[in-house]
Design a binder for this molecule. Structure first.
Ligand SMILES: O=P(O)(O)OC[C@H]1O[C@@H](O)[C@H](O)[C@@H](O)[C@@H]1O
Length: 318
């Protein structure tokens, strides 16, 4: 629904500065009249930039492939329908690591914006929403064969003055049930990883992928990242924000979720960063932390004709 044309409270026809949407061959960029912007590559519907008044909020590797030859290293790649290497005994077993959503070209479905009265009773644009779609028929032949289900994805990216929301709707348009996992693999931009803490994970169970996928319980109220970190925190209350803060407790990001009860915390650290051909510069692991909202520790089953929806809202530098 395009709400940008509704009559405004200050009179029909009053012209209000509208968000601009710039559509290029392979990117869509929306900018609010107040200056915040978001850029999405159609390849993977990957958000590659989110700018607020405080500058760029997402990390993007200097060697990220932006030509559709490889999943984009940075921003928010979308993981679907499998997280990590697919299990050999599952319907996803022939798919690549993290599935096909991040390596398929999506379609831009359109924009809508919402407005309301500001504190001084003047009308202002609050948000712009961009919708992207992917369906079975749009996949490469290889992916269609590897995962032969009739599905429809609608990925909505909403930009407001201080937040970015990403919501995925999954529809089963076929006659067979299917199972899936989803993850929003968000690379947050940070100045110095040694000064970053991740909060609200205390007492939560996690699987540590750097220690043979063993199970642990988080003991820290403010997790510091001091080495390679690859943990899947499970059974979280999505309404309790995961807060990324500085060591002196200044909030940098706050992430709330809907229907996404797992959160992956990932930093490759020095050696692994060096080993990734598309990660640059080598020491850029100091300038990023991935906090990835998802549902990955179990499979979601979607029955024929049903739909599922989940998402995240990231507030920046509160
Ligand atoms: O290199 P990729 O496929 O983008 O994956 C990056 C990382 O993604 C994280 O979500 C995984 O937990 C890690 O195990 C993985 O290394």
């Amino acid at each position: 629904m395009d709400r940008s044309h509704k009559p405004s409270a200050i009179g029909v026809g009053a012209s209000l500065p509208q968000p601009s949407v710039d559509i290029q061959d392979n990117t869509v960029k929306a900018t609010l009249p107040t200056g915040q912007s978001v850029t999405i590559h159609l390849y993977g519907a990957t958000v590659t930039s989110w700018k607020t008044a405080n500058g760029e909020q997402l990390f993007l590797s200097q060697k990220a492939h932006l030509d559709g030859s490889k999943p984009i290293r940075g921003g928010i790649p979308l993981v679907f329908p499998v997280f990590g290497p697919p299990p050999s005994n599952h319907a996803t077993s022939s798919l690549p690591q993290h599935g096909f959503a991040r390596n398929s070209t999506w379609e831009f479905l359109g924009k809508s914006s919402s407005e309301s009265l500001g504190k001084d009773q003047s009308q202002e644009v609050l948000s712009v929403k961009l919708d992207f779609g992917l369906s079975h028929g749009m996949l490469s032949e290889e992916f269609r064969k590897a995962w032969p289900y009739e599905f429809g994805l609608v990925y909505s990216i909403t930009l407001t003055k201080d937040a970015l929301e990403t919501t995925l709707q999954v529809r089963n348009e076929g006659k067979q049930n299917f199972e899936f996992q989803v993850l929003m693999h968000t690379y947050l931009n940070v100045e110095d990883i040694s000064k970053v803490r991740v909060k609200n994970l205390e007492n939560k169970n996690y699987v540590d992928k750097t220690r043979g996928a063993t199970s642990h319980t988080e003991s820290s109220p403010a997790l510091a990242i001091t080495q390679e970190t690859d943990r899947v925190y499970q059974a979280l209350d999505p309404t309790v924000p995961i807060v990324v803060s500085t060591a002196d407790d200044k909030a940098l990001f706050s992430i709330t979720r809907e229907a996404l009860t797992d959160v992956v915390v990932w930093n490759p650290w020095a050696e692994k960063a060096k080993g990734m051909a598309d990660f640059a510069p080598d020491d850029a692991y100091k300038n990023m932390i991935c906090v990835e909202a998802g549902t990955v520790s179990a499979w979601q089953t979607l029955e024929a004709g049903d739909a599922w929806e989940g998402g995240q809202s990231i507030k920046s530098r509160l």
